[in-house]
Ligand binder design. Structure first.
Ligand code: F6R
Length: 611
């Protein structure tokens, strides 16, 4: 969602901010803007892409060495030039960018209107800005003080960055609930929603915590809490290379990330899967092993694709560890007064570690005494910082909006956690444990084999790219993969798609089947295979367009008519990690065939930082 970038130092701010905004495009946005402070505030903003803003500024002299920039994902007010950030305060003295939502903006607005304030936009941001402006002018105080007073009245989530025309060497920033990273350079500082706009300048970063306020000059960074006490910044070294956030010769980030999976899965297993010593090394899991082994229940919360990973984990953990598992949408969990008992462990799964609903759901469960275990991709993210323990997925930065490599890495981590608990609990035999260890170890090579059949999958995609609707079916471990296949297709191609358990087909969805409907089965060999093959026959009998992901060499599917995509044989516990890969490719190529921007699908945001 909204992306923020700011710079103060010795360089011209405009090129740094513009490039930073381009790096943040993947987060999803509908308008972009920049403000510079050359002892006079200049604001430039446009609805649409960053490139449109850039074009509008060709030939304009932009020399300031301090500035703020923003990509907006509309919440309050339609996407328009007027609603784009940065906003200027009524006095004209302040410019501000904001990521998040000010929930009590309506009452603050009323208060300001009574004082004679008029608003140029429909945004909650302009309300907060004028609230700060009002305090600044009435109290004759410093901007830092005005921000502190204002934030004590604010309900909601925010990162804000402000510039004051009367102090053209200082940025003031504050955070609650939305991410903010500060890059520390030589007499310069970079601010951004994530590290991607920063890494080409410096790898020294400070992650600002909730309720902290930063006063930033070129050569000075002061962090304070809202009680005006100084906080020592914790400077960390980023473990990230520029190449990881560039396309590296691929047409799209999504394709690059799909093809990276043999490596990302290998990285995820590396140092953890200790076949020689018949062990899985995961210190976070080990530390809480007693609680995990004896857990009454594991509650998994997540959103979207991460929720699908949670569903696969439900099958795996219940099967291997014999611990009851409940999988919840974080957005539902947070509002429904959930029952969390002593002895419950909560797993939060999130690629970004910033999803607002997941963050709040964790806080709710924590208040009730649950142990929070984070399965996360982004190191140092907000969820990482509020979890008791966890495991990183090590998939590297995921830039394509549709999650691909992060999903398979989540499945690998969850399988390893389940195996480790099962071994300690002795709920599976050593032979089964070792078999699954070997199966996991073989995944990177098997994914490579699937990727080698990309041309075939591309041809299937081309054949079905004009469809207006799709049905995805699967059973057992493959049911969540059917859901994930449907979600990927919706996101990337805008084709309506539904995922269902295959056995539910007869309870309604079969009515949709005619000669125009592609029906995709995830039908690799498992305990239910014969039943799924019967379901496929039923689709053939009704002339639906059958597509099936099947196990290589499976003779039982040879009599079927349709497009069969083969994947290497794998144990049913591990098969979901493989089976999703052809579905990712299928969605990707259908999206490309339909001429869509697969890396930045309409309306979507990579990191959903508002509820
Ligand atoms: C789908 C997708 C989303 C995310 C969801 C949760 O391709 O990317 O459905 O999975 O927004 O995001 P994280 O995992 O960052 O919490």
């Amino acid at each position: 969602m909204c992306g923020i970038v700011a710079y103060v130092g010795h360089r011209e701010a405009y090129p740094v901010i513009l490039k930073g905004l381009k790096r943040l495009e993947y987060r999803g946005y509908d308008s972009a803007g920049i403000a510079l402070n050359d002892s006079k505030l200049s604001v430039y903003k446009k609805q649409g892409k960053v490139a449109r803003l850039e074009e509008s500024l060709v030939g304009v002299e932009l020399k300031a060495t301090i500035g703020i920039g923003h990509t907006r994902w509309a919440t309050h007010g339609e996407p328009s030039d007027r609603n784009a950030h940065p906003h200027l305060s009524a006095s004209g003295r302040l410019a501000m960018i904001h990521n998040g939502i000010i929930e009590n903006y309506a009452s603050l607005k009323l208060e300001l209107e009574k004082k004679g304030y008029a608003f140029k936009s429909d945004t909650d941001t302009e309300v907060l800005l004028n609230f700060i402006d009002d305090i600044l002018i009435r109290n004759q105080c410093s901007l830092e003080e005005a921000v502190r007073i204002a934030l004590k009245r604010v309900v909601g989530a925010y990162v804000i960055v402000l510039m004051d025309e009367e102090d053209p060497s200082t940025l003031i920033a504050a955070r609650k609930g939305s991410p903010l990273v500060i890059g520390v350079g030589e007499n310069e500082h970079f601010l951004a929603s994530d590290a991607s706009p920063i890494i080409e300048y410096t790898k020294q970063v400070v992650y600002v915590n909730d309720y902290e306020l930063a006063i930033i000059k070129g050569n000075e960074l002061i962090l304070k809490n809202l009680g005006n006490e100084i906080v020592t910044p914790f400077v960390q070294q980023l473990d990230l290379e520029l190449a990881a956030i560039e396309k590296g010769g691929y047409d799209h980030f999504m394709l690059k990330e799909i093809f990276e999976q043999p490596k990302t899965i290998f990285d995820c297993l590396r140092g953890r899967l200790d076949i020689a010593n018949q062990d899985i090394i995961m210190s976070g899991v080990q530390h809480y092993m007693e609680e995990l082994k004896t857990a009454n229940r594991i509650i998994i919360i997540a959103c979207g694709t991460s929720w699908h990973a949670g569903l696969v984990a439900e099958y795996i953990i219940e099967e291997l560890c014999r611990i009851p598992v409940e999988v919840e949408y974080a957005s539902e969990f947070r509002y429904r007064n959930p029952i969390v008992n002593k002895g419950d462990v909560l797993f939060a799964i999130s690629q970004s570690g910033e999803t607002a609903d997941t963050l709040v759901a964790i806080e709710r469960a924590k208040e009730q005494g649950a142990i929070i275990f984070g399965i996360l991709n982004v190191v140092g993210s907000s969820i990482a910082r509020i979890s008791h323990a966890g495991a990183y997925t090590h998939a590297g930065p995921e830039i394509g909006v549709a999650s691909t490599k992060a999903f398979t890495a989540q499945l690998v981590v969850l399988a390893m956690i389940a195996l480790k608990i099962a071994k300690e609990k002795k709920s599976i035999s050593n032979a089964r444990f070792m078999h699954l260890m070997h199966e996991l170890n073989a995944v990177p090579e098997k994914v490579k084999e699937i990727l080698a059949s990309t041309e075939k999958i591309k041809a299937v995609a081309s054949k079905h790219a004009a469809a207006s609707s799709f049905l995805f079916l699967g059973r057992g471990y493959n049911f969540p993969i059917a859901l994930e296949g449907a979600l990927k297709l919706k996101e990337i191609s805008y084709i309506h798609a539904e995922g269902y358990p295959a056995a539910e087909m007869k309870h309604g969805p079969i009515a949709l089947v005619d000669e125009n409907l592609p029906v995709l089965f995830v039908a690799t060999k498992d305990a239910y295979h014969e039943k799924v093959v019967s379901n496929m026959q039923e689709i053939n009998a009704r002339k639906g367009k059958l597509i099936a992901v099947v196990t290589a060499g499976d003779h039982s599917v040879l009599s079927l008519t349709g497009d069969l995509i083969e994947v290497p044989e794998a144990d049913e516990v591990i098969a979901p990690i493989l089976n999703v890969v052809p579905l990712q490719l299928l969605s990707y190529y259908i999206g490309v065939e339909r001429g869509l921007d697969v890396d930045r699908p309409r309306n979507l945001a990579k990191s959903v930082t508002v509820e």
